[in-house]
Design a protein around this ligand. Structure first.
Ligand SMILES: [Zn+2]
Length: 65
């Protein structure tokens, strides 16, 4: 019996009205760590911004603050 961890990262961008982007991405195979997952995300246009994960859709926007 084994258990594998499938990590998912979700876009942390929130709008001024408090709505949250629901874009989520997880790798189809287990990755060793969130650092590894974020490296894979970065290849797909995700950004880290002030400790938050931002999906490609919002990565091109100006920071909300
Ligand atoms: Zn987003």
């Amino acid at each position: 019996m084994s258990s594998e961890t499938y990590r998912a990262i979700r876009c942390d961008r929130t709008t001024p009205t408090g709505d949250r982007c629901d874009t989520e991405w997880s790798h189809p195979v287990a990755v060793a760590s969130f650092a590894e997952l974020r490296r894979l995300l970065a290849e797909r246009g995700w950004k880290r911004r002030t400790g938050r994960d931002i999906c490609p859709t919002h990565a091109t926007e100006e920071p909300t603050r």
